[in-house]
Design a protein around this ligand. Structure first.
Ligand SMILES: Cc1cc2nc3c(=O)[nH]c(=O)nc-3n(C[C@H](O)[C@H](O)[C@H](O)COP(=O)(O)OP(=O)(O)OC[C@H]3O[C@@H](n4cnc5c(N)ncnc54)[C@H](O)[C@@H]3O)c2cc1C
Length: 377
């Protein structure tokens, strides 16, 4: 006999846990969340956890505003440890076109009520971050109130809140098949479950799972090789700093730094050794005092890249929904998007923000979000 549930949520990353919490908050009952591995073990667990307001399209800017509010207040709202580290975000470039686009994006952000975005010239970059090598730079944008979190803190807080509202959570439960059955869906994993509604929150696994339904999504895993350093730049401000011309990323990680080079795709054979060689070449120009910084540990995790920089959110077929494909910024955006989707599923869409443009069935070529952090030059 198949088990019967009202809503089956598949995937226990930040999106699935947020959706479970917000659906339950909307009054939905009989919700089961299943996760193939452990909660937060996908992209969410390996994420750097940066939360920023700098985007270039109105929808992503608004999602960022809501995401920032979620993370800044999560500790109090969920009564759970979710520390917020406010180091700011600094995007810089020596390419006149990119600097012009950064300034244009800052103008849009300001027009939407973001008061604390600064457009910096080279002297101001030097003043803010004296450790940045400014040769060849033309400008930057800086948002001092952005910051970073540990994403699994959010997963734990949301899962705790969802459980408190009656959501059941099963880990090590891998969905193997999904098919229409009567007015609902039959799902096979370790057990067979008949669900009135299924929501796939399966990150970069979603492209494979949804191909059978005619959706050709390009979300795919891209390993991001990074390293955490021994203590460095003591006492200095280190915003989450990205050189858009090269993809060089330097950010604070406890007393040390997290360093990486952000690429859209890795060249064949790429790994930590190549990334660190690449880092040293780039840091010689952009961060000369930390070229030889000592490495404490290597880290790598798969980013959910692909698509047009916007997530895929909405109904795939009657009773089958999805929320996935955040293009490397799901930690900041998944909580507000899940809240909006929960309201849509519950039949009470939020009148203040329309996310119908995020439909999984949207045509390619919709306005793309270019401020997806990776090399632009
Ligand atoms: C190195 C790195 C740095 C990043 N930096 C940032 C950042 O600074 N800021 C930011 O906002 N974002 C960042 N991201 C991106 C962010 O982490 C992701 O966009 C976000 O975590 C996606 O969440 P998700 O819940 O959609 O997917 P995931 O966290 O991948 O969760 C999907 C879950 O579905 C489960 N699943 C898959 N298939 C099945 C199945 N068949 N049955 C059951 N369960 C299944 C998986 O096990 C997984 O746990 C980064 C990511 C990485 C890897």
């Amino acid at each position: 006999m198949a088990e019967r549930v009202g809503t089956l949520i598949v995937g226990g990353g930040i999106a699935g846990c947020a959706l479970a919490h917000y659906l339950a908050e909307e009054g939905e009952t009989d919700i089961l969340l299943v996760e193939a591995d452990e909660l937060g073990s996908g992209s969410t667990g390996g994420s750097f956890g940066g939360v920023r307001q700098q985007f270039s399209t109105p929808l992503e800017i608004e999602l960022s505003r809501r995401g920032l509010e979620f993370w800044r207040t999560a500790e109090r709202v969920f009564d759970s440890p979710v520390p917020w580290h406010q180091n700011g975000y600094l995007f810089m470039s020596g390419n006149a076109d990119i600097v012009a686009k950064l300034a244009e994006a800052a103008k849009l952000q300001r027009s939407m009520g973001l008061t604390d975005v600064d457009v910096l010239d080279v002297e101001q970059i030097k003043e803010l971050t004296p450790w940045v090598g400014t040769d060849g730079l033309l400008g930057a944008t800086y948002t001092p109130h952005d910051g970073k979190v540990t994403p699994t803190d959010g997963v734990s807080a949301l899962a705790k809140a969802a459980r408190a509202r009656g959501v059941r959570i099963r880990e090590h439960w891998d969905l193997k098949s999904l098919e229409k059955s009567g007015s609902g869906w039959r799902v096979a994993g370790p057990e067979v479950v008949d669900a009135g509604r299924v929501v796939l929150c399966t990150g970069y696994w979603s492209s494979d799972l949804l191909r059978a339904f005619g959706l050709e999504l390009t979300i795919h895993p891209v390993p991001l090789y990074a390293a955490i350093t021994e203590p460095a730049l003591a006492g200095q401000l280190v915003p989450l700093t990205i050189d858009l011309d090269t993809g060089l990323l330097i950010e604070r990680e406890s007393g040390g730094l997290l360093i990486a080079v952000l690429l859209e795709e890795n060249p064949p054979g790429y790994g930590h050794a190549q990334m660190l060689d690449n880092y040293a070449d780039l840091a010689r120009v952009r961060a000369p005092s930390i070229v030889d910084v000592r490495i404490a540990k290597h880290v790598v995790a798969n980013v959910d890249l692909g698509g047009d920089g916007h997530p895929y959110v909405g109904e795939v077929e009657d009773g089958l929904w999805m929320i996935a494909g955040f293009g490397g910024h799901g930690v900041m955006h998944a909580p507000p998007v899940a809240q909006l989707l929960a309201k849509i599923i519950a039949g009470r869409p939020d009148p203040t923000l329309d996310i119908s443009s995020l439909s999984p069935w949207r045509k390619p070529g919709a306005a793309s979000e270019w401020m997806v952090a990776s090399k632009k030059g």
